[in-house]
Design a protein around this ligand. Structure first.
Ligand code: ADP
Ligand code: MG
Length: 385
């Protein structure tokens, strides 16, 4: 068995094909998926995280219509969605279209006047792989709708609107990491996001200059407790913060953890407190060009998610252990957990072997072949044509 290479495709070509499906399109807009380098489940704890935008994006072409109707079709879905814009609200739409309808609702709720629109969408971010196809969809649709409405969007304001779309209309609570990365990511850089005040700073991320490559491995596994797991982890973090009498776990220190006994709450909080520190340490290590340390921090982050936060699974552990056994400097699961993707920082000349070993290990377990994505740090959402 070999791993399937998941290519991002050629942006202009995808955009031309989409635009050709609409008479008189306003334009085609793209928003990338993201992979979080480190800082997991820290966003809703007012912590730090460090994602990069992927070259894999979702593309949305848009044209205006004058009947106040929003119509959306996706190459990844069979059904077309249609509704009167003014009737879209939280609870009125479900399924994949709720992400797109949600953006229209959030923009209107922020006071913008939207025309009726036809949107056609095509995505190159694997769906449900922890690489944030949902935010890519929402953010590409947001740029498309703003263009159709003649709005020149402020990106920070768009982060807020796209977060509301996902949490309030699509019903998927989000801490904002995904939308921020999709809208503010920069080529050749990771984005340090501080969720205490939602500020961002770019950090150069060019592993190729050090003879390294970031492998993104999509396990293609998704375990049914993912949604419930996310919710219960969030609740446990809030409970731990209440017990420590701090506004969020960002305000807790390593010594505070002793006040949480030695049970589950302590382990959950310990993940968050140590993970925030690891993000800061990763940025310092990158400043020094100390890639060995970056790798160690990745691996420590994985151990924390596996043992303290308990969000890993067999497939993710196999990617991490196999990559480390065959020369990776570090490896960790990424995204919400319970399936999805893992990353490994590997010497470029070992990337082929690590990939083959991971695929072989998956075959030995009788699992489906994993996907492997090329992942140079790429640009945030943009207009393609
Ligand atoms: P992730 O964001 O990690 O890929 P989610 O479960 O958050 O996983 O989002 C995946 C969902 O987003 C899909 O099940 C689908 O409803 C929607 N989605 C993402 N991309 C597209 C697309 N190109 N077309 C239609 N729906 C999409
Ligand atoms: Mg998502």
């Amino acid at each position: 068995m070999t791993a399937e290479r998941v290519e991002p495709g050629e942006a202009r070509e995808i955009a031309e094909t989409l635009a050709a499906r609409l008479v008189d399109p306003v334009g085609v807009f793209a928003a990338p998926g993201r992979v979080n380098l480190i800082g997991e489940h820290t966003d809703y704890n007012a912590g730090l995280c460090l994602p990069i935008a992927l070259p894999h994006a979702t593309y949305a072409a848009v044209r205006r219509r004058d009947d106040g109707v929003l119509s959306v079709a996706s190459a990844q879905q069979e059904d077309r969605f249609e509704a009167v814009l003014a009737e879209v609200s939280p609870g009125s739409v479900d399924g994949w279209a709720s992400y797109v309808a949600g953006v229209a609702w959030a923009l209107r709720d922020a006071g913008h006047v939207l025309p009726g629109m036809d949107l056609v969408v095509d995505g190159r971010v694997p769906l449900g792989s922890g690489l944030s196809s949902s935010a890519a969809l929402i953010c590409s649709a947001a740029l498309a709708m703003c263009a159709a409405a003649g709005i020149d969007p402020d990106r920070q304001a768009l982060v807020a609107a796209t977060m509301r779309a996902e949490s309030e209309v699509a019903g998927a609570p989000t801490g904002g990491l995904d939308q921020t990365a999709a809208l503010l990511g920069e080529e050749g850089h990771a984005l340090l996001i501080d969720f205490r005040d939602h500020t961002t700073r770019t950090v150069p991320w060019q592993p190729g200059d050090a003879g390294l490559e970031l492998l993104v491995v999509d396990t293609r596994a998704s375990h049914s407790h993912a949604d419930g797991g996310y919710g219960s982890r969030r609740e446990e973090c809030e409970a731990a913060a209440r017990e420590l009498d701090v506004p969020s776990l960002r305000e807790a220190t390593a010594t505070d953890l002793d006040r949480l006994g030695d049970g589950r709450l302590r382990r959950r909080a310990r993940h968050v407190v140590t993970e925030v520190q690891r993000v800061a340490d990763t940025v310092s290590a990158l400043d020094r060009g100390d890639w060995t340390r970056v790798g160690e921090l990745f691996t420590a982050s994985h151990a924390s998610m596996r043992d303290d936060f308990e969000i890993s699974c067999a497939e993710l552990d196999v990617v991490v252990d196999t990559a480390l056994a065959h020369g990776a400097l570090g490896a960790r699961m990424t995204g919400g957990g319970f399936g999805g993707s893992a990353i490994a920082l590997v010497p470029t000349e070992r990337a082929g072997e690590v990939t083959a070993r991971v695929a072989a290990a998956f075959a030995d377990h009788g699992w489906n072949a994993p996907g492997v994505l090329p992942a140079p740090a790429s640009a945030g959402a943009w207009q393609v044509r």
